[in-house]
Design a binder for this molecule. Structure first.
Ligand code: F6P
Length: 346
């Protein structure tokens, strides 16, 4: 069999481990040929690919980023066809999916493996509906892909975020300050929730739980009244905030103005996406990759690999590509965090 592989969306630690897992299993166990497309769906549209050798997959397990490159290209986004006179009244056309189908067919692919997050699974589902054989592999530091307990990348990002919060504790304590730390997470608060718990956050703000500014200020004041000289506030980038500011700046300003306490903000940003994958992510990405190749050898397509409990599973792309896994405000993690006195600003 001949298979294509691409990595799309924001990068994360573990992508190379997944490429290696797919490629080595496909070549060594099933005798397949493996073609790597450059920069996500852009490479598939532009027919920019190379056949991968087993040697190229050696030594990449521990490397961050992706040897294939990635992009946020969305081939199903409508394109406006401009009329000859350039007045913009042309038809809306979908040329990119056609080019993808043509390139897939000309290369004689039996399947395309799409490694990515929510956006990628959406595109993977649409390509599957267009008749291509697709297997998805979920990755993202946001851990918000539907149908899997865990995406690889999340654990490594959690480690980086937790390390950063640990360091902020001592400086916050020395200065009796409020530290507001912003972690990534488009629309979901998984990383903020876990990093907040692991880093001993006193207040954790998630997009899924609407907060009250007054309650945040009350909580900070009450900590001072109870002789707690500093506070750690962990916020997800996706919380509701003044669009002219970052989430962290917005919350820091609210606290400064409402309490009068010295407050500083730190935005962790892309540091969370870089670097070496954690052992957990290396193992998960390897399992996902190897399982994807095994499924392809069994001609199982139109699915995403997943982990549920500690067992590998599959889920239809029609489900994974159409929903987002949000934090349930009734989640056990949240109730137990509340038991130990963590505030969610509500
Ligand atoms: O990879 C997911 C993510 O890290 C989000 O949490 C974040 O909002 C987004 O990517 C930003 O990435 P980029 O600037 O690459 O689009």
């Amino acid at each position: 069999m001949k298979i294509g592989i691409l990595t799309a969306g924001g990068d994360c630690p573990g992508l190379n481990a997944a490429i290696r897992g797919v490629g080595k299993t496909a070549m060594l166990e099933f005798g397949m040929r493996v073609f790597g497309f450059s920069y996500g769906f852009s490479g598939l549209i532009d027919n920019d690919y190379q056949e991968l050798t087993e040697n190229q997959l050696s030594g990449i397990l521990t490397h961050g980023g992706t040897i294939l490159g990635t992009s946020r290209e969305k081939p199903f986004k409508k394109e406006e066809k401009i009329n000859g006179n350039g007045n913009g009244n042309g038809n809306v056309v979908f040329t990119k999916p056609d080019r993808i189908k043509e390139n897939y067919k000309n290369l004689g692919l039996d399947c395309l493996v799409c490694i990515g997050g929510n956006g990628t699974m959406k595109t993977a589902n649409l390509l599957s509906q267009e008749g291509l054989n697709i297997v998805g592999i979920p990755k993202t530091i946001d851990n918000d892909v539907w149908g899997t307990d865990m995406t690889f990348g999340f654990d490594s990002a959690l480690q980086s975020a937790t390390d950063a919060i640990d360091r902020l504790h001592s400086t916050a304590n020395s200065h009796r300050r409020i530290m507001v730390i912003e972690v990534m997470g488009h629309n979901t608060g998984w990383l903020a929730l876990y990093a907040g718990l692991a880093g001993g956050g006193d207040i954790i703000l998630l997009p899924e739980i609407p907060y009250s500014e007054d309650l945040i200020i009350d909580c900070i004041k009450s900590r001072y009244a109870h002789k707690k000289p500093y506070s750690i506030v962990v916020v997800a980038e996706g919380i509701k905030h003044d669009p002219k500011k970052t989430a962290a700046t917005h919350i820091a300003d609210v606290i400064k103005e409402g309490s009068g306490f010295e407050t500083r903000e730190t935005i962790l940003g892309y540091v969370q996406r870089g670097g070496t994958p954690s052992p957990y992510d290396r193992v998960l990405a390897t399992r996902f990759g190897s399982y994807a190749a095994e499924l392809i050898s069994n001609h199982e397509f139109g699915i995403m690999v997943a982990i549920q409990g500690n067992e590998l599973a599959t889920i239809p792309l029609s489900e994974a590509g159409t929903q987002t896994k949000m934090v349930d405000p009734g989640h056990q993690l949240i109730s137990h965090a509340r038991f130990i006195g963590t505030s969610f600003g509500d």
